[in-house]
Design a protein around this ligand. Structure first.
Ligand SMILES: C[S@@+](CC[C@H](N)C(=O)[O-])C[C@H]1O[C@@H](n2cnc3c(N)ncnc32)[C@H](O)[C@@H]1O
Length: 351
């Protein structure tokens, strides 16, 4: 029974790894890693005092963390962050920041009874159903990419887009499904001559975006709107429309793309980034594709099932599916851009 034993062992290891994530969630939410980074090696009493938590809970959490190799412990029973772990756990600007993954794993199961119900009824769940953890984990996972790569690598890698964003007259950008707004702010920072309108259906995300905008230095050129992109009708035209990691979540992706096509100025472009899926279904598949399916069964598919005639795309939107949506929306073609990124694939839609 080699396969039975190997499978049982695999599930056991998955449970161990799941509790790594929950432990990281607690450390993040209670500010415990921050205290350890600020104070250096600490006992459970010192951590509890500085973080304002109960000592017994602090001790159990520290022991779990050290037993799991997330924290180090010395002979004086002081716990600390090993070199490199601080960046992964605490540096929200780093491309290695991974605490957001633990937070999204928790967010995905917050509405678990509703998800179970949705599997039976075929209904969907809106983004706000995943609560503050859903919203924050999304923003925290994509913000480092927007701040480090969007304006310095991704947009400059698309010559016609880069040329328009640096030319006169001032270019107008619509950042559709902008979430907490870091993509819109990053575009405005990278291109001093553009104005950006960020649009999102989720009211709390737009409120977060407006808070992030305050003091960002680009307040004059960025505006956020709480709108459904499928219905959004702006009086003005846009030179660039972007959709980052959101088309697969939309119940009506073709309607959104059709609306966007109508918003384009002459020579305008549509840039879409979405999950870098395999070209076709494979089983067993890569870890990344398994992760995408994990998000899909709990969050992205339910998001894409909201309302009548919902597309129900799911996280694993293949390039072929996007081409199909674009064609249905009236675009003449889709180019896959040669931008290297492990997480996302980039598409330029031809009007
Ligand atoms: C996975 S999040 C991505 C957010 C952001 N672009 C990012 O990369 O962090 C998906 C976003 O799509 C938004 N969304 C879904 N359907 C939408 C629609 N029809 N119009 C506007 N926003 C929509 C959700 O509210 C959510 O903020």
């Amino acid at each position: 029974m080699d396969t039975r034993d190997a499978f049982a062992e695999r599930i056991f290891k998955a449970a161990v790894a799941t509790f790594d994530l929950y432990g990281i969630y607690l450390g993040d939410r209670l500010g415990l890693y921050r205290v350890l980074a600020d104070r250096g090696p600490s006992t459970s009493a010192e951590l509890a005092e500085a973080a304002g938590i109960n000592e017994r809970y602090a001790r159990e959490w520290l022991e779990h963390q050290a037993a799991s190799g997330i924290l180090a412990v010395d002979e004086d029973w002081r716990f600390s962050l090993p070199p490199g772990h601080d960046e992964v756990l605490l540096d929200e600007t780093s491309l290695n920041f991974s605490t957001s993954l633990a937070q999204s794993a928790v967010a995905c199961v917050r509405p678990i009874d509703e998800v179970v119900g949705a599997f039976r009824s075929g209904d969907g769940l809106t983004f706000d159903g995943y609560g503050v953890d859903g919203r924050l984990s999304q923003a925290r996972s994509t913000r480092p990419m927007f701040e480090n790569l969007l304006g310095s690598e991704w947009l400059p890698a698309v010559p016609e887009v880069h040329a328009r964003l640096t030319a006169d007259p001032l270019a107008r950008v619509a950042d559709v499904a902008c979430g907490s707004g870091w993509s819109s702010i990053s575009i405005a920072r990278a291109y001093p001559k553009v104005s950006v309108d960020g649009i999102d259906l989720d009211e709390a995300s737009i409120e977060d975006a407006r808070r992030s905008l305050a003091g960002s230095g680009v307040e004059e050129r960025v505006r956020f709107h709480n709108l459904d992109a499928a219905d959004a009708s702006f009086a003005h035209r846009f030179d660039l429309v972007t959709i980052f990691e959101a088309l697969h979540d939309m119940p009506r992706p073709v309607d959104v793309l059709r609306t966007i096509r109508g918003m384009l100025a002459d020579g305008g472009s549509v840039l879409i980034a979405d999950e870098r899926t395999e070209d076709s279904f494979t089983a067993p598949s890569t870890d990344r594709e398994r992760l995408y399916y994990g998000f899909s069964i709990l969050a992205c598919l339910p998001s894409g099932m909201v309302g009548p005639d919902a597309a129900g795309t799911g996280t694993v939107m293949r390039a072929e599916t996007l081409r199909h949506y674009a064609t249905q929306a009236g675009f003449s073609g889709v180019d896959v851009l040669p931008i290297e990124n492990d997480a996302w694939r980039f598409y330029l839609l031809r009007p």
